[in-house]
Design a protein around this ligand. Structure first.
Ligand code: ATP
Ligand code: MG
Length: 439
């Protein structure tokens, strides 16, 4: 509610003003003045201290506004000064939202449209870029430190901001309405399992069950649509892994924040413009097997690495976890099947499904509801093959999938197929805590 009000306020006060060309003109006039000052002093903008910059910007804004008819009030002037400072030392109009702890995602669709997600809802913001060139400059500023450029030959780039936020940039003509930037902000304090229970994303019983699954080293696949909370849940579940284990994580952009001391983080690399120097998830996965990990965590399977992932799961790296983009738990299995076939696993359908059923123990499906909430709609155990189909047993499910607000969950069965393993994990945990070595 608070976020809504804040956004609404920013919308009412500044929309007309902020998007007006006169305002943009004054803003960039002030930016020019400050930049000229820095050039004259041969000073790099990164080296200017905050107070120095504040004073210089204040003066420049005064000069830029003189003779205009903008008539800014106090807060509006403050806002403009911030915007000018963000141009000099930051990511322009995006900086405000990068600094705002209430913002989770930032999406730019061309120079005039900036959206942010607050508390699960997407809002259109009043800020804008001056023009296509301005937006492009900020995009280059984002990908530049990584030694990359985004242009017609490399029209999409994945990058990471210095604070760990994940960024994807696409430029025209691939993105038809102008440069597109999508930012998933890095959360300094990631959501824990308990937070997810408090937020109504799952019940206490579900968390207990999943914690036991992780401790019992079951292989877990988390599925869901874009932004449904897969990585967040993966991260939350990883806290139940014993600190004594050696973990290797493989991600396209490292976002997992594991707390165990024995973690090796690996990141894939996209091919260069000439198609070389790619480091694929599959290549890393194969190498990982020689690094003696106890468990392997793959941020997301989306390609041929699915083959190696499944093999790892059945050959001594049990307790491995990954996520997959899918519309339901059943759909996750279908997609996995497709990835295995694409990955060159040349066996008949039955064998393929047998592999899947033998490797994966638990599927968790997540959903982002129409009003922006994330919840676990189903937790299912894989029970083997039944008439050539992988059979699933639902353990928990959301009571009413049609109701976007419900946080009521149902336990469908108390008899887990993995009862014995779960039981053993629970007992050994109690044993451990008695000796003070527990989690
Ligand atoms: N249970 C939850 N309740 C509220 N917000 C959540 C929850 N889970 C995740 N989020 C927020 O939703 C956003 C998306 O989460 P996350 O990155 O985990 O999704 P994802 O499914 O991995 O997305 P992608 O498909 O882009 O990889 C993040 O900003 C995160 O903080
Ligand atoms: Mg993710």
């Amino acid at each position: 509610m608070k976020a809504e009000l804040q956004s609404d306020l920013a919308f009412r006060i500044r929309r007309d003003l902020n998007v007006s060309d006169a305002y943009q003109h004054a803003k960039f006039r002030a930016v020019e003045i400050v930049q000229k000052l820095l050039d004259d002093r041969a000073q790099d903008e990164a080296d200017v201290d905050a107070e120095q910059l504040r004073l210089a910007v204040g003066r420049a804004v005064g000069a830029a506004l003189a003779g205009t008819h903008l008539g800014l009030n106090g807060p509006e002037r403050d806002w403009l000064q911030q915007e000018v400072a963000h141009e000099i030392q930051g990511y322009g109009p995006l900086q405000r939202y990068l600094d705002d702890a209430e913002v989770d995602d930032i999406i730019v669709n061309g120079p005039d449209r900036i959206y942010v997600e607050r508390g699960g809802t997407l809002y259109r913001e009043a800020a804008r870029f001056r023009d296509h060139a301005h937006l492009m400059r900020i995009a280059q500023k984002i990908v530049g430190p990584l030694g990359r450029r985004v242009d017609q030959t490399t029209p999409f780039v994945d990058a990471r901001l210095p604070d760990g936020s994940r960024v994807n940039v696409v430029v025209p003509p691939v993105s038809v309405d102008g440069t597109t930037i999508s930012i998933r902000k890095f959360k300094r304090t990631p959501l824990t399992g308990h937070d997810l229970v408090k937020l109504g994303s799952m019940s206490r019983e579900m968390l207990d069950y999943l914690a036991s699954c992780v401790r019992a080293r079951l292989n877990v696949v988390i599925s869901g649509g874009t932004g449904s909370g897969k990585s967040t849940l993966l991260n939350a579940l990883s806290t139940f892994i014993s600190p004594a284990e050696r973990l290797v994580t493989i991600e396209d952009a490292a976002e997992l924040q594991l707390r165990q001391p024995h973690v090796v983080r690996m990141e894939t690399r996209m091919p260069n413009a000439d198609g070389t120097q790619e480091v694929s998830a599959r290549a890393i996965l194969r190498n990982t097997l020689r690094m003696r990990p106890d468990r392997i965590i793959v941020g997301e399977v989306r390609g041929p690495e699915a083959v190696d992932m499944l093999q790892a799961m059945t050959t001594g790296h049990d307790g491995s976890m990954t996520t997959i983009h899918a519309n339901s738990a059943r759909d996750a299995l279908d997609r996995l099947e497709m990835l295995l076939a694409f990955g060159g696993l040349n066996v008949d359908m039955r064998m393929l499904r047998r592999q899947i059923a033998g490797a994966i123990n638990v599927l968790i499906h997540l959903q982002r509801t129409a009003n922006g909430r994330r919840r676990l709609v189903e937790i299912a155990e894989v029970c083997g093959l039944e008439e050539d189909q992988v059979s699933l047993q639902t353990v928990f499910r959301v009571a009413d999938p049609e109701d976007p607000d419900t946080d009521h969950f149902i336990q469908e069965t108390r008899r887990s197929r993995y009862d014995r393993r779960l039981q053993r994990a629970r007992t050994s945990l109690h044993g451990q805590s008695r000796t003070g070595v527990g989690l």
